[in-house]
Design a protein around this ligand. Structure first.
Ligand code: ADP
Ligand code: MG
Length: 224
């Protein structure tokens, strides 16, 4: 039996909006094994980003627990949670969030460098990752000199540089045309598999979701 990496138990998340309480997650539970690829679909506003942000330590639950390996992240202080994000999670969002004054190579190596890798090692890893996403000839390009698909491929490479336990991708192809979506999705799943990363993808795009080994839909606050 494979090792359970992420254990989600009965998480509840509400947002207060004016006088109204929005019940977004109403008791979500799931287990994800190390190395699995999981897709989460669901209507806009169903709480997909909220769930992903809770797994990544960007948001907090109102109740319930999330345990990653031996660590219950729902019990961590802000500073421990920040260390968790930096060391154990790779994020990819709909918008690339590349730093505009840094080259593709620098954008990929920086999170590694910030998390404590030696500069030489971070650069070497960044080069290898950018080669995997077929950008060997774009290392010195700035984000403004890259196409939308290329920028998102840089973001895929960047998410892996820290050797995180999991890659969390929130609508990673949401801004791309169908051809670029297909390429980014293929590279994302291939990279996760190559490096043995647990991958959780939130997406509207059936062509992205269908590549996952395990699929869930968020519906009325619970996973089905
Ligand atoms: N900080 C917030 N304050 C109030 N409501 C929020 C906040 N963040 C998200 N919501 C609401 O929670 C619901 C779920 O949001 P989200 O997780 O972003 O959905 P999805 O990613 O599935 O489209 C939406 O109705 C959204 O408006
Ligand atoms: Mg969302």
């Amino acid at each position: 039996m494979s090792e359970v990496l992420i254990q989600v138990e009965n998480i509840v998340k509400n947002y207060i909006s004016g006088t109204e309480t929005l019940h977004i997650l109403k008791g979500v539970s799931l287990n994800i094994s190390r190395g699995e690829a999981v897709a989460v679909t669901g209507q806009s506003g169903s709480g997909k980003s909220t769930l992903l942000n809770i797994l990544g330590g960007l948001d907090r639950t109102d109740s319930g627990t999330v345990t990653v390996g031996e660590t219950e992240i729902t019990g961590l202080s802000e500073s421990s949670l920040s260390a968790y994000r930096s060391r154990r999670v790779g994020f990819i969002f709909q918008f690339h969030y590349l730093l505009k004054d840094f080259t593709a190579l620098e954008n990929v190596m920086l999170p590694g460098y910030i998390a404590g890798m030696k500069k030489k090692d971070a650069l070497e890893k960044a080069r290898a990752l950018l080669s995997d996403v077929r950008l060997d000839d774009r290392l010195q390009h700035f984000p403004s000199q890259l196409s939308g698909g290329e920028r998102q491929r840089v973001a895929v490479a960047r998410s892996m540089v820290n050797d995180p336990d999991m890659i969390l991708a929130d609508e990673p192809t949401g801004n791309l045309d169908p051809d670029n979506s297909a390429m980014v999705a293929e590279l994302l799943y291939a990279e996760a598999e190559k490096w043995g990363k647990t991958l959780i993808v939130v997406t509207h795009d059936e062509n992205v979701a269908c590549r996952a080994g395990i699929r869930y839909t968020l519906e009325s606050g619970v996973l089905v």
